[in-house]
Design a protein around this ligand. Structure first.
Ligand code: PA5
Length: 448
């Protein structure tokens, strides 16, 4: 398997009998998930997405990606939360580090830029400046079709497209990914005749990376979505047993649950490769939005090492003992580099000729031992390499784990009611029609 879970470093924190004690609960959680009888069961179609992917849709995605490549130097992907984090994570994971800094001439595929994931005017202005006079296309992604952040960004970019190319030609550069039957974006796409891609009703945003939501931007960026799906399909098979001893993804879920019950309420997903930073962002949403509800759940954060070891590494080593870490490590980096020889003055003689991958690995081993000794339980998830197949497998590993983990903790892992609270207040403050009462209340309180 391209994803390996190691739990040896939990020895001081979790006894061997504790995992076995959770087996009956895991069996029930697995049944709830797979039989479609658990809370939120209408949103579990992601479990078999890769193995049941519609081949005609795959062709449509590939064709649209090829069309975007022909027509544009830049693709702006407009979306927020589950409608962008997956694509961004996959593209960063597979890309050359400074890909976005290369001039167009050095790029085989369009540059992918992300918009609509904040309301910052400066960000959008800078993005427009970066597009400059290069040809661009837009993929706007929103399941509800009504989310404010992407709706605003899309309005701005649509206007830019129409001003530059005219109404008719602008239409040919807009790709819409949304619900099959409802929402403002769907209505707009139908009216204007934009090319449409569907977010399946039974797949929530944070589980949608292996639908057109993720696959179109990923294919447009030049990556192999067949391999990504193949990896996920392999993982469907690898993690289908309810038996903990046979299922590393369920082991991960069960150990997290055991640690959580002991008071380890914050989990850091740790990486040693900057191309994994966005995987951390995707994971943070997947776990945090699925489990943080009803007054419970593990708080999810990330550690980008060794960078952060020179920052909040101090806290991890000696601060409040409510943390555990899941180290996500790449066994074989994309490329290697040896420490040059013959410069005695800098004190690095002992590293001469060593590969940086070796030094990085020793940094991760040393950190792991130090943190465990400092009272921070550590799990290790190791992947062989950074390619599409491995990533597809890894994404599914975390998805299936969180499905079971949510049920183990007695929550519906597939809703996100808390996301609405800020929106209500924002709409009322902005005097959106339908929010008059709350607007009045805020006025009475002198807030506006
Ligand atoms: O995971 C989720 O459900 C959310 O993060 C949504 O993806 C996010 O709020 C964007 O929603 P929409 O796709 O409806 O614009």
């Amino acid at each position: 398997t391209p994803v390996k879970l190691t739990t040896d470093h939990l020895a001081n924190f979790v006894g061997p009998e504790e995992l076995a004690m959770l087996q009956p609960m895991v069996t029930v959680a697995d049944q709830l998930l797979r039989s479609g009888t658990g809370a939120g069961h209408d949103y579990t179609d992601w479990v078999h997405l890769a193995s049941q992917f519609d081949s005609a849709e795959l062709v449509q995605i590939q064709q649209a990606a090829a069309k975007i490549k022909n027509q544009s130097k830049v693709l702006v992907v407009v979306g927020i939360g589950g409608s962008y984090l997956g694509a961004r994570a996959v593209i960063d994971f597979l890309s050359d580090y400074f890909n976005s800094a290369y001039p167009d001439g050095d790029r085989d595929f369009p540059q992918i830029l992300f918009a609509g994931n904040s309301i910052s005017p400066s960000y959008l202005n800078s993005l427009i400046k970066l597009i400059g006079d290069r040809d661009f296309s837009v993929n706007v992604i929103s399941k509800s079709g009504t989310t404010t952040e992407p709706a605003i960004a899309f309005r701005v970019l649509k206007e830019l497209l129409e001003n530059r190319y005219g109404h008719q030609a602008a239409r040919d550069r807009i790709y819409v990914t949304t619900d099959a039957n409802q929402g403002a974006l769907k209505t707009l796409a139908d009216q204007q005749g934009y090319e449409k891609f569907v977010i399946p009703a039974g797949v929530g945003g944070r589980f949608s990376v292996l639908t057109a939501v993720g696959l179109l931007p990923i294919a447009a960026a030049g990556f192999d979505i067949d391999q990504l799906l193949a990896g996920a399909k392999e993982a469907e098979n690898a993690y289908r047993s309810a038996d903990l001893s046979q299922n590393p993804a369920y082991q991960y879920a069960a150990y997290r649950n055991i640690l959580y019950r002991k008071g380890y309420t914050t989990e850091l997903l740790v990486n040693y490769e900057p191309t994994l930073v966005q995987i951390g962002e995707w994971w943070k949403q997947l776990q945090g939005e699925s489990e943080g509800k009803d007054g419970k759940g593990i708080f999810t954060a990330t550690g980008n090492f060794s960078t952060d070891l020179h920052s909040f590494g101090q806290y991890i080593q000696e601060g409040r003992r409510n943390l555990f870490e899941t180290v996500l490590r790449v066994k074989n980096p994309v490329s290697d580099l040896a420490v040059p020889t013959g410069q005695a003055e800098d004190g690095l003689g002992y590293l001469e000729g060593e590969n940086l991958s070796y030094v990085n690995r020793m940094a991760s081993e040393g950190t792991l031992l130090a943190h465990v000794a400092g009272g921070v339980p550590n799990l290790l998830v190791e992947i062989d390499k950074q390619d599409e197949f491995t990533l597809g497998h890894l994404l599914y590993f975390f998805e299936i784990a969180v499905g079971v983990s949510g049920y183990l903790n007695g929550v519906n892992p597939f809703n996100q009611p808390g996301v609405e609270a800020y929106k209500q207040n924002m709409f009322a403050l902005l005097n959106k029609p339908g929010y008059e009462d709350l607007h009045q209340q805020f006025q009475d309180q002198g807030l506006i």
